[in-house]
Design a binder for this molecule. Structure first.
Ligand code: CDP
Length: 235
């Protein structure tokens, strides 16, 4: 894939410690605004950005392309182990069908295990030798990067999230109703929160950001105040 979901990989500079990178972890339910916030924060702090949802979407999409069953745990684990992010077309994986299948494969522990090293390596040694990385997903602050210096759990009301996602999807799907999108999101959130392995939940030390009534500029400003304060005190 070639877009901003994942910046190009490069070796870290000599002497760069695997544990010194600054990590900003953003978790939260579907369409809560964490992706937009993550991109803005990465730009503001000149950090790398990894949208970890693309990994799960990519595995699900590859299985759908091959008419494999996303509920087949052995097959899903094989696809996850063979996964190559550079072969994923960002646009193709953004559909609601792929989102639903992604949350099914994401509940399979062997799939999560196969994708963990890539995410941790990205966070520890951000591509391009950058000083830090922003990762967004469901389990970044709890499982992937429990030592991240900054953690946010980004939420919004289900109706607000459904409206935002409907606005994104309606160009390609003019027939799609907002109520269908709301149903999809609620199903996916319930599955993501209920799974036994790395369920979606705020880390105990995460800052909660409710974006329901906030513009994206206001969300970014609030997040940057918190980050600047944390970086001043502890980095
Ligand atoms: O963009 P949106 O918030 O709708 O979803 P996404 O971040 O692209 O994630 C798609 C699905 O992948 C989620 O519903 C989760 O089931 C799964 N996922 C996960 O389990 N863990 C992550 N770190 C990221 C995504």
């Amino acid at each position: 894939m070639t877009d901003a979901s994942r910046q190009s990989a490069a070796e870290p500079p000599a002497g760069h410690s695997a544990f010194k990178s600054k990590v900003i972890a953003l978790d939260g339910p579907a369409a809560s605004g964490k992706g937009t916030l993550a991109r803005r924060l990465a730009r503001a702090y000149r950090f790398a950005y990894l949208d970890t949802g693309v990994l799960y979407r990519g595995v699900a999409w590859s299985m759908m392309r091959d008419a494999a069953d996303p509920a087949d745990a052995d097959a899903a684990a094989r696809y996850a182990r063979d996964f190559d992010i550079d072969r994923i077309d960002d646009k193709l994986v953004r559909t609601r069908e792929v989102g639903a299948a992604a949350s099914r494969v994401a509940a399979i522990p062997a799939v999560r295990a196969a994708l963990l090293d890539y995410q941790r390596a990205y966070a520890a040694r951000p591509p391009g030798g950058l000083e830090g990385a922003v990762l967004d997903g469901r389990d970044i602050g709890t499982v992937v990067c429990p030592d991240a210096c900054v953690k946010f759990f980004v939420t919004a009301s289900p109706e607000t999230r459904a409206h935002r996602r409907w606005l994104e999807l309606r160009c390609d799907r003019p027939d799609l109703g907002e109520d269908e999108v709301l149903r999809d999101l609620k199903e996916r959130d319930a599955r993501d929160a209920a799974r036994a392995d790395a369920p979606m939940k705020p880390a105990v030390d995460a800052e909660l950001l409710d974006t329901t009534h906030l513009s994206i500029d206001a969300v970014e400003a609030a997040a940057r105040r918190i980050i600047d304060d944390i970086f001043r005190r502890c980095v």
